[in-house]
Design a protein around this ligand. Structure first.
Ligand code: GLY
Ligand code: MN
Ligand code: MN
Length: 440
């Protein structure tokens, strides 16, 4: 059962306000005007793209579907919410909110987007615009727009989730796990990729534009395409494997979960079990104070051992890593920060000023180099794939002898494996939200 959010939210809003006070003092600013966003029109059409709210806006409150809203905060007084409520008989107009968060805002209604200047501070000197529409900021007279000092600070601190946020993320996991269970059942009953997607969405009660990212639902060799989103309507001649990378949203927070299944007991199923063990061991390794990069490197070490054990490779374990053999089978990063965005901000930040710590040159796709600290939420998602374009390089040079190509041929039709959980770092333990919900 989800904890009552109302008391947790009190602390959340205090923390948001405290951060603003801190950064305003540091940057010598008066306040922030955080814009929810605006609709974007499709080319030569009168239809809008789906609205995606500014993450800085939804950090304050779970209003996700309303453009032309603003939060005005000076870090001292109760924040103002300018809530857009046009007179419009063509479209559904958002109701005036009444929820656990409403009492924490001074709410002002805006009926015409272009009239917002009437509700903004009269003197915008020292007020920074935080949002996507710099043209709007310009017209309104904001001189400061998304200043680096403010953005870096807010992004850094966003990695330390409040109790309210952690509870939202547990709930986003709970919803996604319902979908994963439905999808697994659909796979074993013979559903196509498209049908599995429909059953997933229907089970979680979220539409394609509500989930935090485009689901990856891949049968057989499609599982080797890292960002596969095609969704075949027809079934493959033979059903071999299923990789599903799918999340859910709750109050604007994301979950991001992957599982892989074999249709029958076989060598691929054994490999899934070995990868599952490896993934759990990696979660266990998390300790506050270590860098995420260390965990990523540990993954390669473990993968090399696994490849020897499963007779996929031969030779020296360290050589498999050093010569890039493991990278050809596991070409992406171990994971990333998770939160208001699936690939949440500040994965490379080394401090609140935004000093960038790049991934090691041999691991260019690693999305997080940060020191792990309590209240961070990360994905742990090791993978193993048969991607012929990457393996071609191995096959054609001296490394070829290290790989058991017969085993590669056996595994190829199954595509690949990824197992992804969402983990909270605590001081004394790691909380695997996904496994805690019973998704194995
Ligand atoms: N679903 C995108 C990712 O796992 O990073
Ligand atoms: Mn994922
Ligand atoms: Mn992920």
């Amino acid at each position: 059962m989800m904890e009552n959010l109302a008391p947790l939210y009190v602390n959340h809003i205090q923390e948001q306000t405290r951060r603003v006070a801190d950064v305003l003092a540091r940057e010598q600013l008066q306040g922030l005007a955080i814009h929810s966003g605006q609709y974007r029109r499709q080319f030569l059409d009168d239809i809008n793209y789906p609205f995606k709210v500014n993450p800085h806006f939804k950090a304050w409150l779970p209003v996700l579907d309303n453009p032309n809203c603003w939060i005005l905060t000076n870090g001292q007084e109760k924040p103002v919410l300018v809530f857009y409520r046009p007179e419009d008989f063509w479209h559904k107009v958002s109701d005036v909110p009444e929820s656990f968060w409403t009492e924490h805002f001074d709410i002002k209604l805006l009926t015409k987007a272009e009239k917002v200047a009437d509700l903004l501070p009269k003197n915008l000197d020292g007020w920074a615009y935080i949002g996507e529409h710099l043209d709007v900021a310009d017209v309104l007279g904001f001189k400061s727009r998304n200043p680096d000092g403010v953005m870096n600070y807010l992004h850094w601190h966003r990695s330390f989730k409040t109790d309210y946020e952690l509870e939202c993320m547990r709930e986003a996991n709970r919803i996604a796990v319902i979908g994963h269970n439905a999808a697994r059942e659909a796979f074993y009953k013979g559903a196509s990729e498209f049908e599995i997607q429909q059953q997933y969405l229907s089970a979680i009660g979220q539409g394609e534009n509500d989930v935090p990212y485009g689901n990856i639902i891949a049968l057989n060799q499609n599982a080797a395409i890292l960002h596969y989103t095609a969704l075949e309507h027809s079934n493959p001649a033979q059903r071999l494997s299923f990789l599903i990378d799918a999340g859910a949203s709750f109050h604007g927070y994301a979950s991001d979960i992957t599982r892989t299944y074999a249709f029958e007991k076989n060598a691929f199923d054994d490999l899934i079990k070995a990868m599952d063990k490896l993934q759990r061991e990696l979660v266990e390794l998390i300790r506050p104070g270590m860098r995420f990069t260390e965990l990523h490197l540990a993954t390669h070490d473990k993968l090399a051992a696994l490849m020897l054990e499963m007779n996929i490779a031969s030779g020296d374990k360290d050589a498999l890593v050093e010569q890039g053999v493991t990278s050809a089978f596991f070409p992406h990063g171990l994971g990333h920060m998770l939160g208001l965005q699936v690939h949440d901000v500040a994965g490379f930040a080394n401090d609140e000023r935004g000093t960038h710590l790049a991934a090691p040159a041999e691991h260019p796709f690693l999305r997080c180099t940060r020191i792990l600290t309590p209240r961070q939420v990360l994905t742990i998602e090791p993978g193993f794939y048969i991607i012929d374009s990457l393996l071609a390089a191995l096959k054609n040079d001296g490394r070829s002898a290290l790989v058991n190509w017969d085993m590669v041929d056996t595994l190829r039709p199954f595509g690949g494996i990824r197992i992804e959980d969402n983990v909270i770092v605590h001081q004394e333990r790691n909380e695997n939200m996904t496994r805690d919900l019973g998704l194995n």
